[in-house]
Ligand binder design. Structure first.
Ligand code: ZN
Ligand code: ZN
Length: 184
């Protein structure tokens, strides 16, 4: 180390791990010791002076199980919470890419695979709160429950809002127009 305390730190925009190119901004799966995988977004790659190890600065995604003791029924299997928690990890822990969409993008998709996730909130780990608060999450149906994109909804032909089949008591397979649209 020099007397000024400035160490040569080299930053990279991309690295190749197991023949796959990872870039700044990519969302990735990261191996944990217990085989469980965690998710993060890459902020940069860096290497310290003459040391051989390369690191990735990442911003973690929280999983619903990190936040809720009991997972609420509106939480999707593909749900991640963005966060403000950053950490440097060895690039060797990175092993796959994922795609993180908005809730709307995810809900519009007809087919999803398990490398497609979405985020509709940010977890503030200092304050231990979700932003936006659950009270502000997109709600659907006359029962005003929080949208879970894993569930099957009936869409109103006119306003395109979503309804639970049970709530609107729609028994036959036909086009649906909601009460609000019918009365206006
Ligand atoms: Zn409902
Ligand atoms: Zn309607």
């Amino acid at each position: 180390m020099s007397k000024t305390g400035v160490r040569k730190k080299t930053e990279y925009k991309q690295v190749i791990i197991n023949n796959e190119t990872y870039r700044v901004g990519d969302n990735v799966k990261i191996n944990e010791y217990n085989d469980d995988c965690v998710y993060a977004q890459i902020l940069n790659f860096w290497q310290d002076g003459c040391k051989p190890d390369a690191y990735a600065r990442v911003k973690w995604y929280f999983k619903p199980s990190d936040i809720f003791k009991e997972i609420p029924e509106f939480i999707s299997v593909a749900e991640l919470m963005s966060s403000n928690v950053e950490q440097s990890i060895s690039v060797q822990c990175i092993y796959d890419k994922i795609k993180v969409m908005t809730l709307e993008e995810y809900h519009e998709k007809d087919e999803v695979s398990d490398d497609i996730m979405f985020s509709r909130s940010i977890y503030d780990n200092g304050m231990k709160v979700l932003r936006p608060h659950l009270s502000q999450w997109t709600r659907v149906c006359i029962c005003e429950s929080i949208l879970n994109p894993d569930l099957c909804y009936i869409g109103c032909e006119q306003c395109l809002k979503f309804f639970h089949q049970e709530c609107i008591k729609l028994t036959e397979d036909r086009e649906y127009i909601c009460d609000e649209c019918l009365s206006s």
